[in-house]
Design a protein around this ligand. Structure first.
Ligand code: ADP
Ligand code: MG
Length: 238
């Protein structure tokens, strides 16, 4: 568990500025959802928090320490992507244990950690299967398992459900919420889906063209949107 603070964060790709001085802080154990239209900078922000993207200006802090110069691994953050490519030739267990193997964790310890994670996600009966033998929802669970097994301080999710069909999406929302309650971890979750934001978040950050429009609980944003953009985006009648 950890607090995450970003302060006056800027990002440019060459001459194109895509993040314009974004600041926000997340409490330990909070479920934060970043929403906004396609291209507004959600993935770029997540990648800067994760250490996967160079920061043009500003700072990212975890538990009060600036981590700008730390590698993704040193930040103890795990990210689950939209296109969670599992290794097709590896079993579920091998997929989940692979990053621990790279980190030279002893084999018996890896087995214990993978088994515990599989238990949490209901993957125990599937540990010997290959990804091609899994359903979409099961694959998504393995992708989450790869993150959970490292016991990270912070989870970053980048539109993890957008490739799933509508029914499965509803089911996985509930699973991710239950997982959050069980692990108590800080989660920063990106989506462009208003329903996902309103039903899952402790607090929502509404982004537009690389700037924060409003931050608040779903109820605060719904009852008191600061402008037409927020109202329109969240579907409020205001
Ligand atoms: P979102 O995730 O909200 O859809 P992104 O963070 O992916 O938005 O992108 C924000 C903006 O930055 C977009 O205009 C996108 O085209 C641009 N962008 C993203 N990645 C790169 C890159 N590697 N090089 C140049 N421009 C990029
Ligand atoms: Mg994106």
């Amino acid at each position: 568990m950890a607090t995450v603070e970003i302060d006056n964060l800027h990002k440019s790709y060459g001459a194109l500025q895509v993040v314009h001085g974004v600041s926000m802080s997340f409490q330990d154990g909070e479920f934060i959802i970043l929403v906004g239209p396609s291209g507004c900078g959600k993935s770029t922000l997540l990648r800067m928090i994760a250490g996967l993207e160079e920061i043009t200006g500003g700072t990212v802090s975890i538990d009060g320490t600036v981590v700008n110069n730390l590698s993704p691994k040193e930040r103890n953050i795990a990210m689950v992507f939209q296109n969670y490519a599992l290794y097709p030739q590896m079993t579920v267990a091998q997929n989940m244990g692979f990053s621990l193997e790279l980190s030279k964790v002893p084999k018996d310890q890896i087995a214990t950690m993978v088994n515990e994670t599989a238990e949490i996600l209901g993957l125990t009966p599937l540990l010997d299967r290959k990804p091609s033998q899994l359903s979409g929802g099961q694959r998504q669970r393995v992708a989450m398992g790869r993150a959970i097994v490292r016991d990270p301080e912070v989870f970053l999710f980048d539109e993890p459900l957008s490739n799933l069909d509508a029914n499965l999406r509803v089911k996985m929302r509930a699973e991710i919420k239950a997982l959050h309650q069980r692990l108590g971890s800080t989660i920063v979750y990106v989506t462009h889906d208003q329903v996902e934001a309103m039903t899952m978040a402790d607090r929502i950050v509404v982004l537009r063209a690389g700037r924060v429009e409003q931050i608040g609980t779903p109820l605060e944003l719904y009852d008191n949107p600061q402008n037409m953009f927020v109202a329109g985006f969240l579907g409020s009648p205001a």
